[in-house]
Design a protein around this ligand. Sequence first.
Ligand code: ARG
Length: 571
Amino acid sequence: MNTFRKKIAERVSSAAASQFGAVIDAGELIPLIEYPPDASMGDLALPCFKLSRILRRSPVQIAAALAPALGTDGGFSASALNGYLNFRIDGSALAGEVLGRVFAEGESYGSPADGAGKTVVLDYSSPNVAKPFHIGHLGTTVIGHSLKKLFEFAGYRCVGINYLGDWGTQFGKMIVAYRKWGHRETVERGQCDALVELYQRFHREAEEHPELNDEARAEFRKLEHHDPANTELWKWIVDISLREYEKTYRQLGIEFDSYLGESFYQDKMPAQVRRLRELGLLKTDDGASIVDLSDYGMPPCLILKKDGSTLYPTRDIAAAAYRYETYGFDKAVYVTSSAQSLHFAQWFKVVSLMGYPWADRLVHVPYGTVSVNGEKLATRTGNVILLKDLLGAAIDKVDRITAEKNPGMDPATRQKIAEDVGVGAVVFYYLSNNRIKDINFVLEDALSYEGNTGPYVQYTYARSCSLLAKCGDVPLPQTYVIETEEEREVVKCLAAFPERVAAAIAAYEPSYVTRFIIDLATAFNRFYHNCQILSAPDPETVRTRVAITRAVNTVLGTAFSLVCLRKTEQI
Ligand code: ARG
């Protein structure tokens, strides 16, 4: 659409000169041209009240005078309504422009291409080892990965970091629980489940025997002082957990560039604490060391506990400094639940007070809570739904549906479809919501083949694949002639893709991409049902419609890859 925005702006600029003798630069007009709230008014609109001051006329007068002066040969027509100039873009002109670009640019069509030479570091997923990897982590995992894909698409160098929660008092608890009630074989066999069980048992027993908490603290302190037995046990627990997470990541198609977790920063914190002290930023409060943030309307940021041990913010500060030294990032993105918003605001402020030049390159991307079938999750009571179980349930269900629909399908194909569609359904359902909104996860809804779901859009993609497979080598038309509203809608949707991608990146909002996918899938399905494609009477029409299908296939595929959705050729 931007090409047409530019064209319209140029025409309006010269019409303003001819009608009113005014000089308005076309470049200033471009951002004023917006999408009308109701598409029946037009494809684009210019609210003329924004020109009232310069042209010294009422919006109604401006619109009425400019509309007829814009000409009819620019690939659009203009009409005046209530002080607005409404523009309708000619379908054929739009198709020529947009489809031409899709075929020329292929899978890079839509890329803002503004990231070359810049680096983004993304910190996401980052589960806490020994605690369950539950569906509360779905948000950080898939939003983070999708943002990485989006930035990569724009040409940035991206570094995906899984900042494992592999340090902290929970390891003291795990060590105590394992020594009291655990067995090596049971844990190796049961992996994370067995660890979580031990962790939960610790909490149950500690309610009656609070002295267990002291034991746990003591074991963690030993670990901090490199006690060999505890260190070995800690490594083993981290390893077992990591192996299991990797299975889930593989299902989701996610890879990380770094797994440096919290433990890695143990020896990097003293330098930061020293710097804070030298700068006079540390204050003692009831024995603890803090940075007072009352001038900024925030509670103090805790740096050292009474006993001198470090805290979550201390580690984050050390990690950010290390990442800057290592990667020289232009942006560092942290994706976590909004429950951690204050934590990030606090230490972002602290590093800015420390005078770090990269402080303003840090971005926190928060998201809302997840409940399942209306129930909130609680780790300690054991009322959790593990991410692997949710994905497993989705895969099983798709497998059953596919088996019913296609009893003759070979098991390997069926398994692949089940994975692609089951995992895709969960991811798509999650990413369909504005990230900050709380989500209630209902598997039935996510897996429905109707409605705005993963299976629906993957089905649409498969439909475009089979149509293209059927038509063989149909050449492109001489010129695109758009005859129906359905074709025009699809082309309009394709035209909006670059803007949607840019908006998704600017707002760190993958849901803009999922919404785009739904819009394009819906427009394509309407076109598919109402327009004859291969059987259209005129060969030029066949060519135009096959070209539209090809472009939809390419752009849907690109959009899928931005939101961790697999391209399904068969479903
Ligand atoms: N491990 C933390 C949690 O599960 C998330 C870590 C987020 N990243 C960070 N740099 N603090 O709550």
